[in-house]
Design a protein around this ligand. Structure first.
Ligand code: AMP
Ligand code: GLY
Length: 424
């Protein structure tokens, strides 16, 4: 089978590494991919939003199965394009990817189907939003409706901050059209957990839990980023939490999408807050998390292609999803200055230290080959250094040791990924 993976970050590297293990697969293409992905797949210089080119490439090269890693093409309808061309594809159609593409849609869905989430109001008129905020309790959360690279969420401690937020999102349009509407949401306190799942339109199978670290600096300080590191499983995701979420969140979400005539096929990522009053949905994503995939997929025992085909064929109920009884930690090596401004094109040394090791992975997020064929930095998040271990403490120790194996001149990382493990 020939497989095309669409995307070019650490998540897609982790997906390609899992696909590589499948006995069913003879060839992997990745568009556009990156320097690290080129070790496991043939990278094709087509952007993830160039749907027609991706479809033509797939037809010309006999691609049997496409896997869409990224949110933008999913929300833009790439799956519909592949289906129209008769190519099997893993991911939600446009009418289901809206679960991630519009926060107003997902909040209304949760309200309609009684899925536990923070109280909220939606606004498309900035003056109405301001009038509401003048009577609100703080802190409060403002969310641009559409996709905003994980940055369209503002936590406002005062009316002044909220007024500035309305201006940024709705008037200055800092996140573009994503700010045409805005959700204003109750601030929730608790621990965050990321739960990824496979869905076939009616059946949902949950993967092992994970926790991300979204802020740029130690102690959860600094700006929100795409994610600075992860661990899996989360010790806070207890049996009780799991039972609650299965009953009130996971299956109800899948059933709600089906009832709305938007059957969801692909990965649903549940961003949960474990509050004193029980788990609440903070957000849905329509794809694997990044860097959650880097700690969850290396622990999965199943052949990923078999699971994805079961989703596409609507027979996921026959699949028994299994995870190793171990743990994984991923520490992101970023470019100093991320997520604001940073240098690129800097040589990376020491990558060969990961070769031939089963329990260490160096997933490339932002790398490329320079004109001399050397691997250089090419983004804010550069590498996801990941290790597995018998437990979280061991995996964390190994991952941090491995961060010393690689160097580039503006290397930056958080030193407290997985600190919460000690509180468990
Ligand atoms: P989101 O993109 O919706 O996951 O939001 C990004 C981050 O903002 C989350 O990971 C949380 O840390 C925080 N956040 C979002 N919604 C809330 C909320 N209602 N209460 C507290 N924090 C939130
Ligand atoms: N790590 C969070 C996300 O992928 O959205």
């Amino acid at each position: 089978m020939k497989v095309l993976v669409v995307g070019g970050g650490g998540r897609e590297h982790a997906i390609c590494a899992s696909v590589k293990k499948s006995e069913k697969v003879e060839k992997i293409y990745c568009a556009p991919g990156n320097a690290g992905i080129s070790q496991v797949a043939e990278c094709v210089p087509i952007g993830a939003m160039e749907f027609d080119k991706l479809v033509s490439f797939s037809k010309e090269n006999g691609v049997d199965f496409a896997i869409i890693g990224m949110d933008d093409p999913l929300v833009g309808g790439i799956v519909d394009k592949f289906e129209e061309a008769g190519i099997r594809v893993f991911g939600p159609r446009k009418n289901a990817a809206i679960l991630e593409g519009s926060k107003a849609f997902s909040k209304d869905l949760m309200k309609k189907y009684n899925i536990p989430t923070a109280d909220y109001e939606t606004f498309s008129d900035p003056d109405a939003a301001l009038a509401y905020l003048r009577t609100a309790k703080f802190p409060i959360v403002l969310k641009a409706d559409g996709l905003a690279l994980g940055k369209g969420v503002l936590i406002c401690g005062s009316l002044e901050e909220a007024e500035a937020g309305v201006k940024e999102i709705m008037q200055d349009k800092k996140f573009g059209d994503a700010g045409n509407s805005m959700v204003v949401e109750e601030f929730l306190r608790g621990r965050e957990v990321s739960v990824l799942s496979f869905v076939d339109g009616k059946t949902i199978k949950i993967m092992s839990s994970a926790q991300d670290h979204k802020r740029a600096m130690d102690g959860d300080k600094g700006l929100n980023t795409g994610g600075m590191g992860t661990f899996s499983p989360s010790p806070f995701y207890t049996k009780e939490v799991d039972e609650f979420c299965r009953k009130y969140i996971y299956q109800p979400t899948v059933d709600a999408m089906a009832a709305e005539g938007r059957p969801f096929v692909g990965v649903i990522f549940f961003g949960l807050m474990l509050t004193e009053d029980g788990p609440r949905v903070l957000e849905y994503n329509a794809r694997f998390g990044d860097p959650e995939a880097q700690v969850v997929l290396p622990r999965m025992k199943n052949d990923i292609i078999e699971v994805m085909e079961a989703c596409v064929d609507g027979r996921l109920d026959e699949t028994n999803l299994e995870f190793c009884d171990n743990a994984a930690v991923c520490v992101v090596l970023a470019s100093d200055g991320y997520p604001v401004s940073y240098d690129k094109g800097l040589p990376i040394e020491g990558l060969e230290a990961f070769d031939g090791k089963d329990d260490y992975f160096c997933f490339h997020a932002g790398t490329k080959f320079d004109e001399n064929g050397n691997i250089v930095t090419n983004g804010g998040r550069v590498l996801g250094v990941t290790a597995t271990g018998n437990d979280l403490v061991e995996a964390r120790k190994k991952a941090y040791e491995a961060t010393d194996w690689v160097s580039f001149s503006n290397k930056y990382m958080r030193h407290d990924i997985g600190k919460a493990i000690d509180e468990a």
